[in-house]
Structures are given as C-alpha cells and as structure tokens.
Ligand binder design. Structure first.
Ligand code: GMT
Length: 374
C-alpha cells in the first residue's frame, strides 16, 4: 500500500505512535509518505520506502493565525496526486481529520477517491475536541472518515459519550518496539545520578497541566522522607518553570534533575526503579508502556485508559487522581527490595503484550477493510 501519514512532529504521544507506525509499515514493504510541518524526531534515517513532505505555510501580513489547515489539505492533495497514495491516515483529529476531509473532497472533484483513516489519541477528544469551539468540526470529520480507530477502549467510550458519532470506532492500542525499548546496561549513568545507591524515580511527559506533575513531585517529596531516592524529570512544556519553583520551595532541588526533551528516553528508563504517571486523564499512556518495556513498574492514576495498561498489584499500582498518600504508600511497597524484582519481571511481561508485531497487523487489516469497502 501507499499510505500518507499526517501527524504532529512531537517527541511523545501521537507523533511517536504515527512515526513508529510508519517506520514499521515501511519495513513491511509499504510506501509511507509523512506529511507534517516539521520532520518528526524519530524520522532521522534513510529508508527506501519512507518519504517526508513538509507543509509550508506562506506568511502574509493579514494572517494573524496562519491557515495551517488549508496548507495541510493542499499538501495532502499534492502528495496523493504526485505519489499515487492509496489511503490517508491522520493522527489526532484536530485539525488533521477536517483537513483530510477537505483534501478528499478536492480529490473527488477531480475524479480521484482516497479513503481517510482517523486515529483518535486522547486530548483531541477528552480535552480540546469536546470544547464547543471545535466540537461540530470534530464530530463531522470523524463521521466523514472512512475508518476510525482509538487507542483504548476508554477513549472509544469517551468518543461516543462526548460526540454524536455514527461511525464504528475500532480500538487499536499503542504499541512498543522491544528491540529499541529494553533495559540496557547504563550502570555508569545510574552511579552518576544515584552515587549512594539511591532508588531512582522517573517521570517523562510534555509538562502540561493534565499530567499533574505536582503529584509526581509531592509523591517523591514524601518518599524522600522515608528512603534514599532521586527524581528524574524528562521532557519540557508549559508547567516546567512552575514545577522547578515547587522543587525549590520544597527544598528538594538537589535531588531532582530536569533533563528537558530527550529522544533516547530508553536510556533513562534503563536505570529507573519506578515510573510515575499521576495524570488527570490519559487515553493510553505510551510513556508508561515505554517504562514497562524497560522493566520499570508503574505508579499511575486510575484515569482514562490507564487501567487497560497498568494491572493493580502486578505491574504497579493505580490510585485515584490526586491521591498522593496512596501513591506514596504503593511506591514504598514496590521499591522494597523484596518486591521490586517481581514487579520488574511483570512489567516486561506486560509490555510484551503490546509488542509492535502484535499491533501492526491490526492497522494493516484496518486499512485493507477500508480500502475494500470504499
Ligand atoms: O500525552 C500527551 O499529552 C500527548 C498526547 C498526544 O496527543 O500526542 O498523547 C496522547 O496520545 C498518546 C498516543 O496515543 C497516548 O498514549 C497518551 O495517553 C495521550 N495523552 C493523553 O490522553 C493525555
């Protein structure tokens, strides 16, 4: 198949899922055309089946808000016509699904039919999409997609609950490439961060409010009063300055490292003992799956799709959103040397259930069904 993939070129989340999916499809012999405004971080290699098309948005003094959606739709039309693309797969509904609808209509007016698959990732439904400013367009463009997938059963249910959806939504969970995400020997790194054999707790995210990083820091603050422990925070975003200030106020800055955006997140996870994801909402929790693959157990909230990934008492623990005391209690239990090896083993076993080779055929079959019926 020749597939056009539209995504945000982000370091985590939907951008990573889209990029890794495209790379895996290319390995399987499909021709993949990425269409986005910047080269996705994990697309830094040559493969004969991978192509990158940059969306250019010419500036004009009148445009207070550059019309990205228009430029994107035009680029999708061009790529389909120039490269003979069979299908467009857009990741994250806003504005990719409506831009794809526009492209589809333009192509149809020229006698060319290209089906569109939309993958819903989370905040496009749970946070941003259901806002009245976007809802009519999101509902319309989901219903006009020829195939719709969601990354968890919880997100599928949320989609039906918040929008008037007439389309079938298929659940295709996030996946992990275990050849890349595996525990590596990084002892020198561990010694540098934890010189006295402290336990290492890690959080990675885009530092948005929905991640509730305060809860991660407060959990660490209480843990630190009971055991020797350090905290690594990887990623960057709007909350970083506030969280750094919180660490200063708590007097814990010497034991907390802010690493900023990182591509090789598996190197950090390789030395971690515990991963914290106390999110307000989380449709799947790809970062938590990456942790499991590196044998790191989880302390998560029980929000969104997290119960579909983290198994209570097996791969870690889930607490009600904001229940820091419960997170501290559970973290102490996991970090006990008697318990930690069992949780690490379970973490890897769970990650194996989401191995790329198990999930990739679900997308391929979805495309085949869409192409056969449209
Ligand atoms: O986590 C984020 O805020 C980024 C966001 C995105 O859209 O890129 O991630 C969402 O999609 C990921 C991939 O499907 C999911 O694993 C994340 O759980 C989801 N984030 C939220 O629902 C908050």
């Amino acid at each position: 198949m020749k597939i056009g993939i539209v995504c945000y070129p982000t370091f985590g989340g939907s951008g990573v899922v889209a990029t890794e999916l495209g790379k895996a499809l290319a390995q399987n012999g499909h021709q993949i055309h990425f269409i986005t405004y910047q080269q996705p971080p994990r697309l830094d290699f040559f493969n004969e089946n991978v192509f990158y098309h940059e969306v250019n948005i010419p500036a004009y003094p009148l445009f207070q808000f550059p019309p990205y959606e228009t430029a994107l739709a035009s680029e999708m039309v061009n790529v389909v016509l120039n490269e003979n693309v069979d299908l467009l797969h857009v990741h994250y509904a806003i504005p990719h699904a409506s831009a794809a609808y526009m492209a589809k209509m333009i192509l149809r007016s020229q006698g060319r039919h290209v089906p569109v698959v939309t993958t819903l990732h989370g905040t496009d439904i749970t946070l941003v999409g259901k806002d009245a400013s976007y809802e009519p367009v999101v509902t319309f463009s989901i219903n006009e997609s020829d195939g719709v997938t969601a990354v968890s059963e919880n997100l599928r249910q949320d989609t039906y609950a918040h929008f008037n959806i007439t389309r079938e939504v298929e659940v295709i969970p996030n996946f992990i490439d275990l050849t890349r995400f595996k525990r590596q020997n990084k002892d020198h790194f561990k010694t540098a961060i934890c010189p006295n054999g402290e336990k290492l707790v890690v959080h990675t995210s885009n530092f948005r409010r929905v991640k509730r990083i305060d809860d991660a820091v407060m959990t660490f603050y209480h843990l630190r009063q009971q055991i020797p422990v350090k905290l690594l925070l990887a990623g960057d975003g709007p909350e970083r300055t506030r969280i750094q200030q919180l660490c200063r106020e708590l007097g814990i800055s010497d034991d907390v490292r802010f690493l900023g955006k990182l591509d090789a997140v598996e190197e950090i996870l390789s030395v971690a003992d515990l991963f914290l994801m106390p999110s307000e909402n989380e449709s799947f929790g790809l970062a938590a799956l990456e942790a499991l693959a590196c044998e790191v157990p989880l302390i998560t909230s029980n929000a969104g799709g997290l119960p579909e990934l983290n198994i209570q008492g097996v791969t870690g623990f889930l607490s009600p959103v904001g229940d820091v005391a419960d997170m501290v209690k559970n973290a102490l239990y996991i970090l006990d040397d008697e318990n930690l090896p069992r949780f690490k083993e379970n973490a890897l076993a769970r990650a194996r259930e989401f191995e790329l080779s198990k999930i990739l055929p679900m997308y391929e079959q979805h495309y085949e069904r869409v192409l056969a019926t449209n």
